[in-house]
Design a protein around this ligand. Structure first.
Ligand code: TGC
Ligand code: FAD
Length: 392
């Protein structure tokens, strides 16, 4: 792969709006990605393997529990810093950002917000340091966009819960030490349970043959009469709103992460267009190529403004779920379109692993589907503005 000479575009001087802390967090994450992700990521994506050796480094840059208070091992940063870290990591690879956002928003977030003090003390420091990796099980073979229909269930056996069911398409599952899983009790109410690797009847087979997110490990979670201790219930919140609350946090991170991918593709395409000569001129001199590049920087700038404002709203605890959906949907589609256009600017070189673009493009096919599909987020906006749900 080419050496990483990434230069981030900032067409509207948005850096002026960032604090000293934001800039420091960004430069730390950016340097780390340059040194520890860019040189290895293509090889790991090609062999479809997650590079486990980076876990400690991810913890060190504050990617695990960025906004979780320091007393629980988190980095104690604000929401904009969390977004910036996701942006920088996803600039390297969406699969690596997946591991970080699952750990932070889908595992540490519910333990911090819905867990007991004992659960926070037991799990959060281990997750923040990367000693333990977590995963989040909501999607099932028969229930993806409609998690309310889930079939995984647990029964109160007096001194423990008995858990049965299966989850599919779960990031980090094959090597996770702990799974936050969502299941229905005997009354059909959704609850979160903490299932640890090693519990009898719990297995995590890996899902192979992915064309996307190849450097991220994806798997199933199978529960065959798993005895879950009662103290592993997340008792602070139940109902579908509990897992969806976690998704709000993860979707917010993805809205920033997608900008990282778009910036990387734009930067690569701009540099290539200025260097590649055809018909006696750099291809950047042709109007058709300029149109592509000009539209890219326009869309990136709009997405940056959307993410920054959403970050301010998140910091003030004012961001609505529908606002988060709009940003996730817009920014991921923006990044995917830019990846496709950038790939064309590179001609045949665009399909080569020498450059990051094709990997980003393939990764985004997962990002546009997980955490709520592109169409589901459109329906969330539709329901929000009309007051009428069109899901059913
Ligand atoms: P609905 O009736 O709308 O809502 C049920 C209850 O949930 C509340 N709620 C939310 N709460 C917090 N945040 C949100 N975003 C919320 N949206 C809804 C709502 O207020 C209600 O509460 P209550 O107290 O009144 O009961 O539910 P619905 O069944 O009609 O479904 C709505 C829909 C379709 C939007 C929702 O089911 C949905 O978002 N579906 C998409 C599923 C999804 O996103 N799955 C993601 C799985 S995890 C994943 O993909 C991780 S990838 C990780 C990686 O690698 O990065
Ligand atoms: P379906 O729900 O079957 O949807 C199929 C199509 O129908 C989509 O285009 C959808 O938009 C459309 N559709 C569905 N309902 C409607 C409707 N009402 N109106 C209009 N169109 C509709 N899940 C987890 O729980 N944890 C994870 O860690 C996780 N990681 C993932 C990693 C990867 C690489 C991938 C690809 C997925 C992951 N997922 C995870 C699952 C992901 O969240 C689901 O794939 C997603 O929510 C969509 O569900 P589905 O694939 O079952 O599609």
């Amino acid at each position: 792969m080419k050496p990483d000479s990434f230069k981030a575009p900032d067409y509207y001087n948005l850096d002026d709006l960032l604090s000293e802390e934001h800039l420091l967090v960004r430069s730390t994450a950016r340097q780390w990605v340059k040194h520890h992700i860019s040189p290895i990521i293509e090889a790991y994506a090609q062999k479809a393997e997650f590079p486990k050796q980076i876990i400690k480094g991810l913890a060190e840059i504050g990617a695990f529990g960025s906004y979780i208070p320091t007393e629980y091992g988190g980095a104690g940063l604000d929401q904009i810093s969390y977004g910036i870290i996701m942006q920088e990591i996803e600039r390297g690879d969406s699969g690596i950002r997946s591991t970080a956002s699952v750990q932070s928003s889908l595992v540490m977030y519910p333990i911090y917000n819905y867990g007991t003090e004992e659960q926070r003390k037991k799990y959060l420091p281990k997750l923040a340091s990367g000693e333990w990796i977590g995963c989040f099980g909501l999607t099932e073979p028969n229930h993806g966009s409609n998690p309310n229909g889930m079939e995984t269930k647990f029964k109160d056996m007096g001194d423990h819960y008995l858990l049965n069911g299966a989850k599919l398409w779960i990031s980090n599952a094959p090597f996770a030490d702990i799974a936050v899983i969502w299941a229905k009790n005997e009354e059909g109410r959704i609850h979160g349970l903490l299932v640890e690797r090693g519990m009898e009847g719990f297995s995590t087979p890996e899902t192979h043959n992915k064309w996307s997110l190849r450097a991220s490990a994806t798997g199933e979670l199978i529960f065959d009469n798993v005895k879950v201790p009662k103290e592993n219930l997340l008792s602070g919140k139940n109902g579908l709103g509990a897992p969806l609350g976690c998704l709000d946090s993860a979707r917010y991170g993805i809205a920033w992460g997608a900008i990282g991918v778009a910036m990387d593709c734009y930067d690569t395409a701009l540099r290539y267009a200025k260097e590649r000569v055809q018909f006696g001129k750099p291809i950047a001199a042709f109007q058709l190529q300029q149109k592509k590049l000009a539209e890219m920087i326009t869309e990136i700038t709009k997405a940056q403004l959307l993410a920054f404002r959403l970050g301010q709203l998140k910091n003030e605890s004012k961001a609505t779920s529908a606002q988060i959906s709009m940003a996730k949907r817009n920014n991921v589609e923006m990044a995917l379109k830019i990846a496709r256009e950038a790939r064309q600017i590179l001609g045949a070189m665009g399909i080569s692993g020498e450059y990051s673009i094709m990997r980003h493009m393939m990764n985004l096919e997962s990002v546009i589907t997980y955490e709520g599909t592109h169409d589901i987020h459109l329906l969330i906006t539709g329901a929000d503005i009309t007051g009428i749900s069109a899901f059913q």
